[in-house]
Design a binder for this molecule. Structure first.
Ligand code: GRG
Length: 295
């Protein structure tokens, strides 16, 4: 099967599972489920859960066991985007090609929809822990995801971002911000899937290093797309508070140097997969695909 077909298969599996997790309920609080569903099914790239399923296949694990954790990461990612788009944060009007959650449902419900998705992620993982065996591995995987999305990970990254607004921060702060804000939630699905599949310490370490570099590459590419990306991505900046007053790879290093660093970091990520031989073909292609992405 070629790379694109395999990617579509993973995305379909993820979308089917996610669809079942957020069925709109005929309840007085129907609007909450509608708001949660609006953003969760808006068709993001599903990069994070795809990483989990690809690691699982590479290690010969059981995809059905990994799926709840993979989709939990996507729920957390979606909550973070809803909250990031709020007027108190980036104040964005568009996300995933649609009006942002608060533009459709209002600020209060958007905050609650984000909260609902964050909790649904933990409910999904805990139900899987209760239902099946191997609960220690599963609890460890859930702990990795909890740490990456909380104050030891993404939320602190967001705080650094907020507090560095209007300033040009130095390279160390910029890297720390990226590692926490974007990198942590790219590393978590890789490492948690490896734990769920019973990988040895050595393999987990290599995959951790792979994801660290992939996360950085993803963020550098995002910074580059912000200045020369698709009209959709550039259009998102119109009417938004995000953009010029932020420190990015491009504002620190310039466009050409950022592209050079992006290529180096992507190659570094791919080299971490050497020990997995041909089984790593999909993940290697995914790194190349992200390097070329346009949104
Ligand atoms: C609000 C706690 C809290 C955190 C927000 C994720 C985040 C932290 C902010 C988003 C801002 C941003 C654009 C970061 C750059 C990298 C990034 C996470 C892009 C969005 O991820 P994609 O491209 O989105 O995977 P899709 O829609 O494809 O899932």
């Amino acid at each position: 099967m070629d790379f694109k077909q395999q990617l579509d298969n993973y995305v379909n599996t993820i979308n089917e599972y996610i669809d079942k997790c957020v069925i709109e309920k005929e309840l007085p609080e129907k609007s909450l489920y509608s708001a949660m569903r609006y953003s969760l099914t808006a068709g993001g790239k599903r990069l994070r859960p795809v990483l989990s399923l690809a690691v699982c296949d590479m290690l010969g694990g059981n995809a059905q066991e990994v799926l709840p954790f993979a989709c939990a990461v996507e729920m957390i990612h979606t909550y973070s985007l809803i909250h990031d788009d709020l007027p108190a944060m980036d104040n964005d009007d568009f996300r995933r090609g649609r009006p942002t959650n608060h533009k459709v449902y209002g600020e209060a419900l958007a905050i609650l929809a984000g909260d609902g998705l964050l909790n649904l992620a933990f409910e999904t993982m805990l139900e899987s822990i209760i239902k099946n065996g191997d609960s220690e591995r599963k609890a460890k995987a859930a702990a990795v995801i909890a740490k990456a999305s909380g104050a030891n990970g993404m939320i602190s990254g967001q705080v650094i971002d907020l507090e560095s607004e209007g300033k040009q921060v130095d390279k160390d702060i910029l890297n720390r911000m990226h590692r926490l804000k974007t990198g942590a939630l790219i590393k978590a699905p890789v490492v948690s899937a490896a734990i769920l599949c019973g990988a040895c310490e050595d393999d987990i370490e290599k995959l951790d290093e792979f994801a660290e570099n992939l996360g950085l590459a993803f963020q550098i590419k995002d910074d580059i797309l912000d200045v020369e990306g698709s009209t959709e991505k550039l259009g998102k900046k119109v009417g938004s508070d995000a953009g010029n007053n932020k420190s990015t790879y491009v504002s620190l290093y310039g466009l050409e140097k950022s592209k050079e660093i992006l290529s180096d970091v992507t190659h570094k990520a791919v080299r971490c997969l050497e020990k997995f031989g041909d089984k790593a073909a999909f993940l290697k292609s995914l790194a190349g695909y992200l390097l070329e992405r346009e949104n």
